[in-house]
Design a protein around this ligand. Structure first.
Ligand code: 11C
Length: 346
């Protein structure tokens, strides 16, 4: 019983968490294919007590596959997702390749699960920093309406992949031992210059766009509007990488349509929000921390305050495991929604 599932990019930071999440959530699996680039093909990985060999992803790999979870980079998705769809699979794509395409739903199940019905083979999983912010914004939107969002992020290195995690640890050791360092991965492996991440803060995530914002910042802007079905929402972002292994943190400033909500009104609304755990008590120094969020699927919200000047302005601190709710867990939730809605072909 169950479905024929493929995970593309199985050996990567997100791919590994996808396997873990599929097992933990007991997703109904009849057969599981682990796919990757030729470089990782042949590796062995454990799933649910069994050892599986990773195969090179080719168009034919998707014969008979019903659900394919992609997280192997945009170019792999552009090449192989249409091949998977052609063979009857539904693709849940965790890259930016299709997120803004009109015919592709961009889904956070707590917010816009119904959009899944409009899929034409590909469903996109949003960017990690976007997902956790959108989860926090949704209950505020429902209760008070949203006018404007300004976010600054404090993002973990695992968002940039396992090479970035290795670089952070290696550099940290080298610096502590007074050795020379040679940054090669961060801020962006494909960009010209590389900078020290250990003991540093890098105000660049992904490449710069013509408007002076980075691609990561523009993902937060454009994807948030699409998920919340609100093209006129004012959103601006500054995305920063910190030497944190896992767990993105965000300082989010929100202006609501309706004014007058007190801090406790806002806390109550957030506490009732799907997928949110409120951790907010200054008296006991209780607030979300990346170290505590690691390994958990929730979006943690705290430091809720009214702005000191704007009547309808509020500040929040939003933390989540970027590899789970930001990637693998949200992707598996989409797969679960497909099962629930009866949308997977038999
Ligand atoms: C980061 N947010 O932390 C990025 C990683 O579009 O799915 C996720 C990239 C994406 O570097």
């Amino acid at each position: 019983q169950g479905f024929n599932v493929a995970v593309v990019g199985a050996t990567g930071a997100v791919g590994q968490q996808m396997l873990k999440t599929l097992a933990e959530q007991a997703f109904p699996i009849k057969s599981l294919k682990l796919l990757s680039s030729s470089r990782s093909a042949g590796k062995q990985m454990e799933f649910d007590g069994k050892t599986l060999t990773v195969e090179e992803a080719t168009p034919e790999s998707f014969d008979g596959v019903q659900v394919a979870l992609f997280s192997a980079g945009g170019s792999v998705s552009k090449k192989l997702a249409p091949e998977a769809v052609k063979r009857g699979a539904i693709v849940i794509d965790n890259t930016s390749a299709y997120r803004l395409a009109d015919e592709v739903p961009l889904v956070v199940p707590e917010i816009n699960e119904a959009d899944i019905h409009n899929h034409q083979g590909i469903i996109a999983n949003p960017n990690c920093s976007t997902i956790q912010m959108a989860v926090a914004l949704e209950p505020i939107k429902q209760a008070y309406g949203l006018k404007k969002v300004v976010v600054s992020t404090y993002q973990a290195v695992s968002g940039a992949g396992l090479d970035a995690v290795d670089e952070m640890y290696e550099q940290t050791g080298q610096i502590l031992n007074d050795e020379d360092i040679s940054p090669e991965v961060l801020p962006v492996s494909k960009d010209e210059k590389h900078y020290q991440i250990a003991f540093n803060a890098l105000p660049q995530i992904d490449v710069f766009q013509d408007n002076g914002y980075t691609f990561e910042e523009m993902k937060m802007v454009n994807e948030t509007k699409k998920i919340l079905h609100d093209p006129s929402l004012a959103v601006s972002a500054t995305c920063v990488r910190l030497p944190v292994e896992t767990g993105h943190s965000e300082s989010v400033y929100v202006e609501t349509e309706k004014s007058g909500a007190t801090t406790s009104d806002m806390q109550a609304v957030l506490q009732g929000g799907a997928g949110i755990t409120l951790q907010d008590d200054p008296a006991t120094q209780t607030y979300p921390l990346a170290t505590a969020a690691k390994g958990l699927p929730d979006v943690f919200v705290g430091r809720v305050r009214r702005d000191l000047d704007a009547e309808n302005g509020y500040h929040l601190w939003v933390v989540s495991d970027n590899l789970l709710k930001g990637a693998a867990y949200n992707s598996v939730q989409i797969a679960e929604s497909l099962v629930k809605l009866g949308l997977i072909r038999s």
